[in-house]
Design a protein around this ligand. Structure first.
Ligand code: AMP
Length: 990
């Protein structure tokens, strides 16, 4: 038992200090499980079950009890809970106890008499209880080191430092009335440098004192490395803060004291504390009474920074902790007490005082001043976020039914050579829904959808939605192994398959295949399932940096909000014909899938992969008037010799839109066509900010991403999660109605990326950097991480590296995205270090079995070792450039061959900005840095300059062969044969 333990013990029960910590979150904890965990931890952390003799604490006292108590349902878990005022020890002699407060939020309150525990000690106890609740072993904190033991390790200073003169202060004013402990809590965004000093400076201002003294708490454990004790090992030191002085001055004082170890060198005179307890008790009473009666204290406030605690460490199966904050019970003579905890990207401030009339108002205002100093309102509030609008509660299923009733005979979907009316679509999708219901599919089930851009995909999608389930679109171009992995990951029990893909092996034993064409075309009465706004509508997978794609779960309410604002902003109505040529597994396609039809308009399917012929047909002859596409595709269109007709809206989304590309599109599509730049990740339902392009954008290199749309918000935070000042660059955190539920079956990833702001707003952390321009719109700046976009496809290079690493010959792998000198686009380069004695493999073939084509690096090179820089990160600059031989600086190879090859080489050179003299016949378009969109531009150029209009269909019919072997020689041969009308030669095997 240390001297200060005795001091606390000498307090009568009614004024004994109790430290209490609230762990607040969502979900529930079983009271018996909690009791078992607390009891188990009482052995690992013996200080939680102590008894004492006159001089010593002994293990084996009464273990903490667990009580279920109910608070007021006002959004704070512990409001109105009287048990927080109960003294400790409990009547049965326990010095610690635990309260379970069910509700939403729910809370667990850990309570301990200050005689047995301090704050850092309680943090160890709490973490162990949650460990045991999760089924892990407690780390324990059984060290019996006392404060006196620590003092004994440090020699007393030769000269005792003068005790500071006590200057009594009354920060509370002189309130009368109840003297119960009262609290106020505020949460501010982010972690703040010099937090204690910033808080002390703000408190000095708030108390309107010319100078204020603060008692700052220090944890003595830092002087005993490795000690694990829950005991009382904290001390306070006094520091003065002058009003108006920069907080850094106070910070310096505190740091200097820490550097000197002042808290262990200025030991209290413990002789006094060794007095017999009855005498000490009388003394304590007298000392507590004076300040309490007069409301004058030896310091303005006790300030304790309790450190950083991640909510993830306080979760169990059914309970997700959101935050943790202290609510101590103060002794009568204690000055106000301000406790600070950093938790989940936010800072919790709890100000505690002994109450009195008017004190709550005064202390609330004080806390507001401190909050404002840390997180100024002008940075938090941005006009752009005033977006709230009435939301239509109807889901897309209800809306479709309304359109079917109003316009049964209107064209819902069309494609070259066919169409479906709303009535036909309704009937056929109803059959699908009926079959799914028969199979037991329902709410929140995921159903795979394996179909290409044909009516089968649309019928299947609506069928799944009408069954109340969620669809998972699978891209038929992706390898089977990957698709099978997605279906398993999503736990899909059924997969709807279009006939022509029946032979592919994407489903495992647990997944029933339903062939879409085998379902009757009509004759089923309405199945009548109406999904609720909170039900899942779809799951779309995106690249995952941990090596596995992650499934984004979108609920109906989010989708309906997106459809609402896109309908009004894009001006969609019954006349709209919205075309889609992008993969249906790509969320940008959802705009076309839902918005036009639900406005009574038509979805125009472009079944073929985009190339200049399909694009020409689409833009000049399809009758479509609205299109959503990536900037890469828009750039390609701008390079083609096209004459678009009748387009009203182009929605560009998926990557940064360069002004030059937007300007070219405006000129090409004419003044009747609006070009819109939309921004958004899959996790926020396709898009949530919008900017309409005008000539005024041309001055900057890139077009702004605009403003958040209805019921959506954007918050710019720095790496410490503080709001940035106006105009500064911050990471975009997105809030509002369109946020995903999370990542399918990945609660860890979900809580890492979907977090909460201090005001409770749920936000998605994008990794995108942006700033607010002087004109008030958002400008996209780039990424804060390694994620890249290639032709609008979202790629985590780490996912590709993980796949490479699975190859038996590979010891280590890295994949980086690089921009070659002179090139505009990023290229993926893979690097592998081989296992000893292993041989290089056909990496492209291996990767192609597991990843979509766009994720296969343009080259994968064997290296001896992965170079790292001083920070331990991969040193990208030190990795060899696999295409250096072909780079503009490489040796010239005189282009040779007939006029066709020379002409093709000229097209390649202009597409890739290379010197044509460096292209030999073996030159490979991808290895030269060309991506798939540039390949299409190159082919269009070859058709124009070499093949001629009459033969371009024959040439383009060989697209598959060119994609497999994109060499100058092969392209030239095909061009020559097409032009001359010769039969196409089959390339030699291998
Ligand atoms: P995805 O989930 O595939 O839609 O990709 C989302 C990411 O694409 C965002 O986080 C951004 O990095 C990028 N992105 C989407 N739209 C835009 C845009 N208009 N401008 C810049 N980047 C964009």
């Amino acid at each position: 038992m240390s001297a200060s333990d005795r001091w606390w013990l000498a307090h009568p029960d009614t004024i004994s200090p109790v430290i209490q910590t609230v762990v607040e979150g969502t979900g529930s904890i079983d009271v018996d499980a909690l009791w078992s965990a607390v009891t188990a931890v009482a052995t690992a952390c013996p200080d939680t079950a102590l008894r004492h003799t006159r001089k010593a604490w002994l293990a084996g006292g009464t273990p903490p009890r667990v009580r279920v108590v109910h608070g007021a349902a006002d959004g704070t878990a512990v409001a109105g809970i009287d048990a927080l005022h109960d003294p400790l020890p409990t009547p049965d002699g326990a010095w610690c106890e635990v309260l379970l407060c069910p509700g939403d939020p729910a809370a667990v309150v850990f309570r301990a008499s200050h005689a047995v525990m301090d704050w850092p000690g309680m943090a160890l106890w709490i973490a162990d209880v949650f460990r045991v609740l999760r089924g892990e072993a407690p780390l324990g904190a059984a060290d019996a080191t006392t404060e006196d033991d620590i003092f004994d390790r440090f020699p007393a200073p030769a000269e005792k430092p003068p005790s500071p003169k006590i200057e009594w202060v009354s920060p509370l004013g002189q309130p009368s009335g109840s003297r119960r402990t009262a609290w106020a809590r505020r949460t501010v965004d982010g972690y703040h440098r010099g937090l204690v000093a910033q808080v002390a400076a703000a408190l000095t201002t708030a108390y309107e004192l010319p100078s204020a003294r603060f008692a700052v708490a220090f944890d003595l454990r830092r002087h005993v490395p490795g000690v694990r004790s829950t005991g009382n090992l904290s001390q306070v030191e006094l520091f003065d803060c002058t009003a108006g002085a920069p907080w850094e001055t106070f910070h310096e004082q505190v740091l200097t004291a820490m550097a000197e170890g002042r808290e262990v060198s200025s030991r209290l005179d413990s002789g006094l504390l060794k007095l017999p307890r009855p005498i000490l008790r009388t003394l304590v009473k007298a000392m507590e009474k004076g300040p309490a009666d007069k409301r004058r204290y030896a310091s303005a406030t006790v300030v304790a920074h309790l450190g950083r605690i991640e909510p993830g460490s306080l979760c169990t199966d059914g309970f997700e902790a959101r935050t943790l904050y202290p609510v101590p019970l103060l002794t009568a003579g204690s000055p106000p007490d301000l406790n600070l905890v950093e938790c989940g990207g936010r800072t919790e401030l709890t100000l505690t005082w002994r109450d009195g009339d008017g004190a709550a108002e005064r202390m609330g205002a004080v806390l507001d001043t401190v909050t404002e100093a840390l997180s100024p309102r002008r940075s938090r509030d941005w006009d752009g976020n005033t977006t709230s609008a009435a939301a239509d509660p109807a889901t897309v299923v209800q809306r479709l039914r309304q359109v079917v009733a109003q316009r049964p005979g209107a064209e819902a979907v069309r494609w070259p050579g066919g169409s479906l009316t709303f009535a036909e679509l309704d009937a056929r999708s109803e059959v699908v829904a009926a079959r799914l219901l028969e199979l037991g599919i329902g709410r929140d089930d995921v159903v795979g959808l394996f179909a290409d851009r044909s009516m089968w995909a649309i019928i299947g999608m609506w069928g799944v939605l009408k069954a109340g389930a969620a669809y998972l679109p699978l891209d038929v171009q992706h390898p089977d192994a990957r698709l099978a992995g997605l279906l398993t990951d999503a736990a899909a029990r059924v997969c709807l398959v279009q006939d022509k893909y029946a032979g592919r092996s994407v489903t495992g034993p647990g997944c029933t295949v339903v062939l879409l064409s085998e379902l009757a075309t009509e004759g089923v009465p309405d199945v009548g399932v109406t999904p609720a706004p909170g039900d899942l509508a779809y799951v779309i997978y995106t690249s995952g940096s941990t090596g596995k794609p992650k499934g984004v779960e979108i609920e109906h309410a989010a989708l309906a909000n997106y459809v609402d604002w896109t309908t009004s902003r894009f001006g969609c109505g019954p006349d709209t014909a919205f075309a889609v040529f992008t993969s249906l597994a790509f969320d940008l396609s959802n705009t076309a899938l839902f918005t036009p039809m639900l406005a009574g308009g038509t979805l125009v399917l472009v079944p073929d992969e985009p190339n200049h012929l399909t694009l020409r047909h689409l833009l000049e002859h399809s009758g479509a008037d609205t299109l959503s596409l990536t900037p890469s595709h828009l750039d390609l269109i701008g390079q083609l010799d096209l004459d678009p007709a009748g387009f009203k809206v182009l929605v560009v989304v998926g990557e940064q839109l360069r002004s030059a590309v937007a300007a070219r599109a405006r000129a090409m599509f004419g003044p009747g066509c609006r070009v819109l730049n939309m921004y958004g990740p899959t996790e926020a339902t396709v898009g949530l900010t919008l900017h309409e392009c005008t000539a005024a954008d041309d001055a900057a290199p890139a077009v702004p991403v605009g403003l958040p749309m209805d019921n959506c918000t954007v918050h710019l935070l720095d790496p410490q999660r503080r709001f940035v000042a106006a105009g500064e660059i911050g990471e975009m955190y997105l809030g509002g109605a369109q946020l995903a539920r999370g990542y399918r079956n990945r609660p860890d990833l979900t809580s890492e990326r979907f977090v909460h702001l201090a005001d409770g707003t749920r936000v998605y952390r994008t990794g995108d950097l942006a700033r607010v321009l002087p004109g008030g719109e958002l400008e996209f700046i780039g990424r804060a991480d390694d994620q890249v976009k290639v032709n609008g496809y979202r790629i985590e290079p780490a996912e590709i590296a993980h796949v490479l690493q699975r190859h038996p010959a590979v010891r280590a792998a890295v994949v980086v995205a690089r921009t070659r000198p002179g090139a505009e686009h990023k290229q993926l380069h893979g690097y592998v270090v081989l296992e000893p004695g292993a041989e290089a493999a056909d990496w492209d073939a291996f990767l192609g079995e597991h990843l979509p084509r766009y994720m296969v690096p343009s080259a994968t090179t064997v290296i001896d070792a992965v170079p790292h820089n001083a920070n331990g990160k991969v040193d990208v600059a030190a990795l060899p450039d696999p295409h250096a031989a072909h780079a503009a600086t490489g040796p010239a190879v005189t282009a040779s061959g007939d006029e066709v090859r020379l002409a093709v080489a000229r097209v390649w050179a202009s597409t890739l900005s290379l010197d044509e003299a460096r292209l030999d016949e073996a030159a490979d378009f991808h290895h030269l840095g060309g991506n798939s969109v540039q390949l299409l531009a190159m082919l269009a150029g070859v058709c124009r300059d070499v093949v001629g209009a009459g033969a371009e269909r024959a040439f383009m019919a060989e697209l598959g062969s060119i994609i497999r072997e994109p060499t100058l020689e092969r392209v030239s041969d095909i061009a020559r044969q097409a032009r001359d009308g010769a039969p196409m030669a089959v390339p030699a095997a291998g």
